[in-house]
Design a protein around this ligand. Sequence first.
Ligand code: SF4
Length: 472
Amino acid sequence: MIMAGPKKVLLVFLASDSGVDGARSLFEEQSKNPAAAWMNRNIGNLIKRTQFAIPPLALLILASTEVDGVEQTICDLRFEELPLGESWNLIGISVQTGMAAEAFRLADLLREKGFRVVLGGAHVTLFPESCAMHADVLVQGEADDIWKRVLMDLRSNTLKPIYAPEGYPDLTLRRPLKTGMLRKQRYFTTNIVQTGRGCPFSCDFCNVHILNGNRYRKRSIDHVVEEVRRLGSLDKRIFFFVDDSINANEEYAQALFKRLVPLNITWFGQATTTLGRQPRLLETFARSGCKALLVGIESIEPSSRDRHNKTQNRSTELAESIVAIRKAGISLYGSFIYGLDGDTLATPSAILDFVKTTQLDVPGINILRPNPGTTVFERLREENRLLFDPEDISAYRYTFGQKMLYKPKLITLPDFIDSYSKLTAKLFTVRNAFKRGLTAPSVKPAVMFFNLFYAHLYSLSRHDLKKQLEPS
Ligand code: SF4
């Protein structure tokens, strides 16, 4: 359809149907009990509202790209309906593997209605062939530079079917993030900042190093400081640094966060536990307003760490690091994966001991999700340990521990589900939630609420996992 005036682009972010974006059982029978259904719906809505929902950064980066004659709008389906009554010249959907089936369903529907659809994101970067039939245009790789070309080609009606990257974008260029288009109150904060991309490690269950490269690429410190100052003047709430490992480059992080000290912000981020052995940086983080960090512990079993190539910290150092970080006044969310290849039925009690000794503020006990494109997926497929059709992309939608997708190596499936359920039932009680809230070194209410939400989420997980063992 040809329209006069500016070209209009809609960028769509999908809502996940499990985990914190959509806490509900995967089985319908729960909804037959009206009380349980009411409870789940309300807790789900509460989680959605108070959850630590942040704006979709990738779409914000695209929407901040300015091309004369093109207007861009973000639609976050976690909070709003698709505005299909309007005339869009192009609709973009960001595709993550866990949501690929839903993204394709939506893309097909939109194309049937006559809209042109562009797909991008991690899944498109890794599997362009399987995405091509659902889109008019594909964008592969980090799209910071490519998106400008797409918008210019849209304006001149010369869109190509595929835009592939020529290397990674230069992150040292100034690209100011514009958050003005967001409805701020929907989000926990709109102050989201990324200081770099890439990861020098190669954990086999992760695809960050595959998608963003094995070299850490940094933004200019001046640009980050300027962005923090500008965003902070628009939204007084907390900052969230979305980098996977904010301490990966110690020298850079030290220089950056020293510059942020006078800005008096408070911030959350994600780090590796090696931070506990970087005392100078730890002190700078604390002084610059760091209140909480998510750290990937993954496994405390040395053999599991070896088998999954999680090499950046020795297990013996983990506990000491966590104690040191908490001592600096920073609360910690520690993310574990139970069921890795070196784990046995003795692992849950080791995790319980570890959480108790370190006084970890929020433990997250994940189940391995062998995503296509990762090394572990290929290995499990070769070893015939996948519990689903490897070609079935709808299998990856369980963002939370609600379904086992593979056979553990050293534990039978029933034993695994039983031990995982017992572990989460012991860790996530209302009593523990209050206790962890009270003992947290900072953000005590957030720590307590997160633990309470987890008490609910893990009860859904136990319910659903048990169902997996029932004969179908
Ligand atoms: S899990 Fe973390 S450390 Fe390991 S490859 Fe992924 S981003 Fe890097």
